[in-house]
Design a protein around this ligand. Structure first.
Ligand code: SF4
Ligand code: SF4
Length: 295
């Protein structure tokens, strides 16, 4: 596998407003997600715990799913959810607020939803290669190549975003996929207290989840046990509390960008220099790790 990622960030940004035909959707499988976030990268239980331990619980967001035809399901807030043993199934990923970015080979900065850890100026990942770098990101698009499924890199190429997938041989040391029966309690979790989710499900569907809504799922993920439906209640409560109290540069940046953003896909006012300064103010000077740039 050989990729040319400079100037792309196609797998970190929701670039559907740029080219809705070439861009994909997370909603094409048998269990469509309840939300409309693009390319949510599912985290493992240990990765969720790592973010929570680092005080970055405010970077996390859960995803629930509509049931496939023969799935168990549970109905909450008038919504049917995929479930195991009446417990709604979910994954946890990273939030995607609107940011001023020029991805997939474009020149003009636009307001597009982008991963909290994407540096809008360099279009590089701020946690690339460090302890928190998610396995899903580190191995992308290896599983797609192994399955013969379309990759984001090819979609970017189809949109005229330059040659991206230079070698499509999947890596030999791919970890287990994030979905499938082996993933229960490891990357796919079951929420143990469905009766507590009244109102929460509707807010998640509407993109209006509160810090407490997000924290309760981070807690349940951290308390999960791989291969099992059982949850360690102490670990769950502790992680939920820590995630709810998180007050990191990430949460602050999400609020700042959301307050400043124009409509999805709208051009961003300002010069390249003024935008770089804005990114420094909102992210770097607030504590975001730097990126090396592509040179
Ligand atoms: S963690 Fe990094 S590589 Fe993964 S989606 Fe976010 S910015 Fe992209
Ligand atoms: S879509 Fe492919 S080429 Fe573009 S940043 Fe992601 S992995 Fe790299």
């Amino acid at each position: 596998m050989d990729l040319r990622c400079e100037g792309c960030a196609g797998c970190c940004v929701d670039w559907r407003p740029l080219d809705p035909v070439a861009a994909g959707s997370d909603r094409t499988g048998p269990r469509p997600p309840l939300d409309d976030v693009y390319d949510l990268a599912p985290l493992s239980r240990d990765e969720v715990a790592g973010f929570v331990d680092d005080g970055l619980g405010d970077a996390l967001i859960p995803r629930l799913f509509e049931p496939a035809e023969r799935d168990d399901s549970v109905r909450i807030d008038g919504v049917d959810l995929a479930a195991v043993d009446d417990r709604p199934v979910f994954v946890v990923g990273l939030r995607k607020p609107p940011k001023p970015v020029a991805p997939v080979g474009t020149d003009e900065s636009r307001w597009l939803d982008a991963c909290v850890f994407l540096d809008p100026t360099t279009l590089q990942c701020r946690i690339h290669g460090d302890e928190r770098y998610p396995r899903t990101c580190a191995t992308y698009p290896g599983h797609n190549l192994e399955l013969g499924a379309e990759t984001e890199c090819e979609r970017v190429e189809a949109a005229g975003g330059g040659e991206r997938l230079l070698d499509d041989e999947p890596p030999k040391d791919l970890p287990a996929p994030a979905f499938g029966p082996q993933a229960l309690g490891a990357t796919v979790f079951a929420y143990p207290d469905p009766d507590d989710l009244d109102g929460v499900v509707a807010r998640l569907r509407d993109g209006a989840a509160t810090a407490d809504d997000r924290a309760r799922f981070a807690g349940a993920a951290v308390g999960s046990r791989p291969g099992s439906l059982s949850v360690a209640r102490d670990r769950m409560a502790d992680a939920r509390e820590r995630a709810r109290e998180a007050d990191s540069w990430v949460g602050n940046a999400v609020r700042e960008w959301t307050a400043r953003a124009a409509a999805d896909g709208d051009p961003v006012d300002g010069t390249a220099e003024s935008l770089a300064e804005l990114v420094r103010d909102v992210e770097d000077d607030a504590g975001a790790p730097g990126t090396s740039g592509w040179d």
